[in-house]
Design a binder for this molecule. Structure first.
Ligand code: AMP
Length: 406
């Protein structure tokens, strides 16, 4: 047995670093927090120590390494530092190379660096977190858990684009799918709620947060997903357009003089709920605006939410082509877990698939709640809070145990 099951989980972005110290077996969290706006004058870090309700909040210019040093300081003072047995890192892109968690070595870091060409915003940031943690926690094993790994079971018919084959063969252009740890976690939880082995369960899961993806899961394995070569494909999101006619890009460049960088910014940062509503990428803000006075603001907020729900429903319905049976639909992510409005609107489009919402059940499930929001004669639709950190902790611990035993 590995010494103990307490794992420090690190999710490092280019300007942020989230962390949780948790028991991989029970999911109990001892400390968590976030450092944001790193490497700017407004950098800040928040650390919560669960047991003594201690909260540290600091505003000072610092980088990822200094954020980890602050974390170490806080964990040392709380007597938690010696209890960490390993570090689990979220890494966004594992390409076709990684379908499982892996112990980080120099050659693994090299491969993650090479995969940066597929995820130029994410993998380099994940590597910064890995290197900062290696400097501070020299003795501890570090494990990479890939966001794309769960989707490596997709069949060829799902991951190939109808582009010249050489682009796949020579340049790795294919669908990868993202949010893998989330879809994996909620499908396992859903199987438990239905009292059925996950290997016999088929679900469609909708992770709806600032990023959104829908995944078809057959016998516990991902068989298709709405995000593609990048997280831009699929349903519209907070600021991402989701799938559009690629012809629009030529029109923007050829007729409206957009540079490629401007197109990139437009599709990733200025579209989706924000672009359509002209108001906000935040679902709560739009729901409020939609019910306020009947002016232009409320009309566009309603339009953005209507298109959003319709696209999600269409994506869910399309994945019925990937499955031979369907045990239920799963909603997760900030919107899926909390927005009674979005859940109701999406399900209204899905009556042909025998989804019939129970409005009173729908209304009571939010703020961490979980359960079926459909009528008894309907196919189940389960709301399940995601917990990607727990998956990372669990898989880190499992890998280390396997290495010791084997
Ligand atoms: P995430 O990226 O998973 O943190 O989700 C962020 C999204 O969840 C934002 O669009 C929030 O507006 C949305 N969200 C969080 N709480 C609620 C709520 N009570 N009602 C509607 N949307 C919510």
């Amino acid at each position: 047995m590995f010494a103990n099951s307490n794992i420090l989980v690190i999710n490092c972005g280019s300007s942020s670093l989230k962390f949780s110290l948790m028991d991989a077996i029970t999911g109990e969290t001892f400390a968590d927090g976030i450092a944001e706006r790193l490497m700017t004058a407004d950098a800040s870090i928040k650390i919560n120590i669960t047991d003594n309700h201690h909260q540290l909040s600091l505003n000072a210019p610092f980088d990822h390494k200094m954020a980890i040093e602050q974390l170490v300081h806080a964990l040392t003072q709380a007597n938690l530092i010696k209890q960490i047995s390993a570090i689990g890192h979220r890494v966004v892109h594992g390409g076709e190379q990684y379908s499982q968690p892996i112990l980080i070595t120099d050659s693994i870091k090299q491969t993650i660096t090479e995969l940066s060409k597929l995820a130029p915003l994410h993998n380099p940031a994940n590597l910064i977190g890995i290197e900062a943690a290696q400097l501070t926690f020299k003795q501890l094993p570090q494990v990479a858990i890939f966001d794309t790994a769960f989707h490596q079971t997709m069949p060829e018919k799902a991951y190939m684009y109808a582009l010249p084959y050489e682009l796949y063969q020579q340049h790795s252009v294919r669908k990868y799918g993202f949010h893998g740890t989330s879809h994996y976690f909620v499908s396992k939880q859903a199987a438990k709620q239905l009292n059925k082995p996950i290997e016999q369960c088929s679900f469609i899961s909708a992770h709806l947060g600032n990023g959104c993806s829908v995944t078809a899961i057959k016998n516990g394995q991902s068989v298709d997903s709405s995000m593609g070569f990048t997280p831009l494909e699929g349903v519209m999101m907070g600021t991402r357009s989701g799938s559009i006619d690629p012809g629009i890009i030529f029109y923007l460049v050829d007729q409206l003089d957009y540079s490629l960088n401007e197109v990139n910014q437009l599709l990733n940062k200025k579209s989706g709920l924000l672009g359509l509503s002209t108001l906000s990428n935040d679902c709560r803000t739009l729901e409020q605006a939609a019910t306020s006075a009947n002016d232009k603001k409320s009309r566009l907020a309603t339009l953005a939410l209507t298109v959003f729900c319709y696209q999600i429903a269409k994506s869910i319905a399309s994945f019925s082509a990937s499955l031979t049976n369907l045990d239920g639909l799963i909603f997760t992510g900030g919107i899926g877990e909390n927005s009674t409005f979005v859940r109701e609107q999406v399900l209204t489009h899905l009556s042909l698939l025998n989804f019939h919402i129970d409005n009173s059940k729908n209304k009571i499930i939010r703020l961490g709640g979980s359960g079926n929001i459909c009528q008894t004669n309907s196919r189940p639709c389960l709301v399940i809070p995601t917990n990607e950190e727990w998956v990372i902790a669990e898989q880190t611990y499992a890998l280390l145990q396997k290495n010791i035993q084997g």
